[in-house]
Design a protein around this ligand. Structure first.
Ligand code: CUA
Length: 355
């Protein structure tokens, strides 16, 4: 949005009418240069590129949705051309009165039979596509709960083991993974545009869907149901990996946290305990067993922090702890702005080391 807001729109070159018209016309630019801002705006809004793009599919479900979009667009363009062509024909070329037989044929053929056929065709093409995302996967099941404003993520293996994580989802490429979705307080909506459609997350209810990434890569997911002050700041990273890499990653994710590896990280760990962080956060293998906030056992290995809003490095972690309420308005986590910067950096070094 900020790019669009920064774009400048030139004043209307057609200018005032009447006496000054001739003067204004001399400075007139070619008509097509006036299209520039509109085209830029359209391209920006369409968002056809990047790792959160519906029309840049990286999964089976997103690919069928993209095809559906193009088929629908094609159908709409054909209809528009036909109707416009007909309109031009009867207003410009066919100036004599039409016979009653022709007029009736035009109304029934063009107004009833043609649109019914086209719409029925598009409907029968699109309806079967809905079934795919309702196919159960046979690998891990990913349970995701929408919180204010972050994502609680639990992987359930076919053997029944559960691995708790947060704010990031990793998936095996080529396999269909089932998502079981719910929410804690208000309705959220789970959407990974590059992989497929969206599903609402509703408190007290479990919805489900499945997704099948077809290419490895890093994508972005976003909450798409207005859920409060920081709705727009409720995102997550999605990494689709080769199946063997995914297995190895899940193995590591299931382990307890690594002990602090430096003196600074040790100071950070002591501070983490002293400031009571463990009342809300879990770091498996330590005394921190809180369940209010995101599990931090392997937070250092994630691609971002704060639910997709900051890079994952020591400086950003320190910034986050110091200014949570500024960075994510109305978030539950209080900001620790009473701590000196060096202490915040030690906390950052400890958390970044939790890989
Ligand atoms: Cu969660 Cu919008």
């Amino acid at each position: 949005m900020s790019d669009i807001a920064r774009m400048s729109f030139p004043p209307d070159p057609s200018g005032p009418r009447g006496a000054t018209r001739a003067k204004v016309d001399r400075t007139r630019r070619p008509w097509w240069t006036r299209l520039g801002p509109s085209l830029l705006l359209t391209a920006g809004l369409a968002g056809c590129q990047g790792r959160q793009a519906v029309l840049n599919p990286m999964g089976e479900d997103a690919a069928s949705l993209a095809t559906l979009f193009w088929v629908m667009l094609g159908g709409a363009v054909v209809l528009w051309l036909l109707v416009t062509g007909l309109f031009i024909y009867v207003t410009r070329f066919r100036t004599t009165e039409m016979s009653r037989r022709w007029a009736e044929a035009l109304i029934i053929g063009g107004g009833v039979i043609f649109p019914t056929t086209v719409l029925a065709g598009l409907l029968s093409y699109s309806l079967p596509l809905m079934a795919t995302q309702r196919t159960e996967g046979d690998g891990v099941v990913v349970h995701v709960t929408g919180e204010q404003w972050w994502w609680r993520v639990t992987y359930e293996t076919p053997e029944g083991a559960r691995v708790v994580s947060a704010n990031e989802i990793r998936l095996p490429v080529g396999a269909r993974t089932t998502f079981r979705l719910t929410a804690n307080q208000v309705i959220h909506s789970f959407w990974i545009p590059a992989l497929g459609g969206k599903t609402d997350m509703i408190p007290g209810r479990e919805n489900w869907m499945s997704l099948k990434p077809t290419e490895a890569g890093l994508f972005r997911g976003q909450c798409t149901e207005f859920c409060g002050a920081s709705h727009a700041l409720m995102a997550f990273e999605v990494e689709a990996m080769a199946p063997e890499d995914f297995e190895a990653w899940l193995d590591r994710e299931a382990r307890d946290a690594a002990p602090p590896a430096s003196a600074a990280a040790e100071r950070g760990a002591a501070l983490f305990a002293a400031e009571g962080c463990g009342a809300c956060h879990t770091v498996r293998g330590t005394d921190a067993i809180g369940r209010v906030g995101p599990d931090l056992t392997h937070v250092g290995s994630r691609h971002s922090i704060g639910a997709g809003i900051l890079p994952n490095d020591v400086e950003a972690i320190a910034d986050w702890i110091e200014r949570t309420e500024h960075l994510k308005p109305e978030v539950d986590m209080p900001q620790y702005d009473h701590l000196p910067r060096e202490a915040l950096l030690d906390l950052g070094r400890y958390l970044k080391g939790l890989e």
